[in-house]
Each structure stands twice: as C-alpha cells, then as structure tokens.
Design a protein around this ligand. Structure first.
Ligand SMILES: Nc1ncnc2c1ncn2[C@@H]1O[C@H](COP(=O)(O)OP(=O)(O)OP(=O)(O)O)[C@@H](O)[C@H]1O
Ligand SMILES: [Mg+2]
Length: 248
C-alpha cells in the first residue's frame, strides 16, 4: 500500500524557543526519506511532534487519517513507529521478549502493562523473522547487556517494526554502529519499503543518508530550507552551506 505522511505547518515551541517552525513535510510510504540538519535543527522534536510526544500546531495526515490531536498510542495504532536517539531496551528481558512486548502497541504504558501481565494482549509477531530482517538473527535469547551498542540499535529497530507500522521514524539509527553494522542497516533500510514500511531517517552519517534516501528534507534552526530528490537537495548551495559542507 502506498501513500504519504503529509505534514503541514508543524510548529513546536519550548517556552520562548520555537524549535520547529511551520514545517511542511511529505514522506512517501514507499521509500526512504531523509530528515537532516545540524545539531539542534529540530529533527528529534519533529519526530516527537509527529508521534504525539510533544504538543504541536499543524496538521498531520497518514494517508487519509488525521493524526494531530491523537495520543501517542493511537498514532502508533494508526501506523507510526519510532526509535529513540538514546536506546531504550528492557535489560531484564531477552532480545526476543523486547521485540515481542512491543507488538501490543509499542508505547510505554502498554509495554509496562505487558510486563505486569506478560504478552496478555500482544499480537504475536514473528520475532525470529524481524531479528533476521534487521541482521541480528542469532541474538534472540541474549540479554541487552550482552550486546554491542550497534546490536542494541538494530534490536530497537526490530522492536519498532514489531508494531506493524506503515511508517518507521528512525532517530540516528547509525550512531555507534561499526562499519559492518552500518552496511547491514543500509541493506535493511533499502529492503523495508518493499515490505510495505516507509522510513523517515534522521542521521548524521551522510554517506548512509545519501546512499539510501530517495528524497531529503533539510531543517535548519527549526525551518525547512530545502526538500526534494536526494541528488537535487544534496547539491543545493544553501544546504551545503548550512550542513553538508561541515557534516560530522
Ligand atoms: N524538552 C525541551 N525543552 C526545551 N528545549 C528543547 C527541548 N528539546 C529540544 N529543545 C531545543 O529545541 C531545539 C531542537 O532540538 P532537537 O533535539 O529537536 O534538535 P536535533 O535536530 O534533533 O539535534 P541533534 O542532531 O543534536 O539530535 C534545540 O534548540 C534544543 O535545545
Ligand atoms: Mg536529535
């Protein structure tokens, strides 16, 4: 199924600071779109706003469904899943259990409910398939403490996929990955659209972003300064000046 996440006039303020300002964003659900920009540009805040974790103005449509005003778990049910810039896995659960608990819906209170009554309301997911898909097929029985930083990131992606999303919002999934893990992540990102999952990718690894994204949106100080096909945006002088020229 194809479609678009269409965002219009998204704004988020923290006190007097306008962290996201009148952002328009179209994310195709049949490809990978990059959301890039310097530190503090508003990328994480945009993901938070799309998922309902911070109050925002503006409209958010996932296909024909209006999401603004919905609670985070309702947006998750509608098809949005995200990962966090800092990885949050449950250390007392195995990798497989970490992925399985997310299937109920993938937000904290329902996850906590599942901890009280394990798998009570969970949709059973094929955990082995998800771990294979993200490139860590042998880790199902491990505890998160036994994993490398990169492996934990990949498991957090599998956990987000366990909610059965139409759009996956990834906040710096390549941070801390070694080169082999980054190659595996790139392969996964390329495969996901064919499985019916669109991706909005936030990352500072420009070779990864340029490699896997069909389209790019560039934020600077809370505003969109460029958007469109990757090759066009990447050669835009305003983008180079704001970001690509001094990417870390
Ligand atoms: N909870 C908050 N309270 C106040 N200000 C915040 C809060 N969260 C973010 N900000 C501010 O909003 C702006 C955007 O921050 P955000 O974390 O969205 O940037 P980012 O693009 O994700 O940056 P990075 O690449 O460093 O992760 C920054 O000025 C930041 O300091
Ligand atoms: Mg961020």
């Amino acid at each position: 199924m194809t479609g678009t996440l269409a965002v219009r006039g998204l704004s988020v303020s923290f006190g007097g600071l306008l962290a996201v300002e009148n952002v328009d964003l179209d994310v195709a659900l049949d490809s990978v779109t990059g959301l890039i920009g310097p530190n503090g540009a508003g990328k994480t805040t945009t993901i938070d706003a799309l998922c309902g974790f911070v109050a925002a103005h503006g409209t958010v449509m996932l296909g024909s469904r209006r999401l603004e005003g919905l609670e985070p778990h309702e947006r998750a049910r509608a098809g949005l899943a995200r990962t966090f810039q800092s990885i949050e896995l449950f250390d007392d659960l195995t990798v497989a259990e970490n992925v399985q608990v997310a299937a109920s819906i993938g937000h904290w209170w329902s996850t906590l409910l599942d901890l009280v009554a394990p798998f009570r309301s969970s949709r059973r997911v094929d955990v082995a398939r998800l771990l294979e898909l993200v490139g860590v097929p042998d880790l199902a029985a491990e505890r998160p403490q036994a994993l490398s930083h990169g492996q934990r990131r990949l498991v957090s992606v599998a956990r987000a996929l366990a909610t059965g999303p139409r759009l996956l919002l990834l906040d710096e999934p390549a941070a801390g990955l070694d080169p082999n893990e980054t190659v595996a992540l790139a392969g996964l990102l390329r495969r996901l659209p064919a499985t019916g999952v669109g991706v909005l990718l936030v990352d500072h690894d420009m070779s990864l972003v340029l490699d896997v994204c069909r389209d790019l949106v560039v934020l600077d100080v809370g505003s969109v300064i460029a958007s469109g096909p990757t090759a066009t945006v990447a050669s835009d002088p305003a983008v180079t000046a704001a970001y690509l020229g001094n990417a870390t």
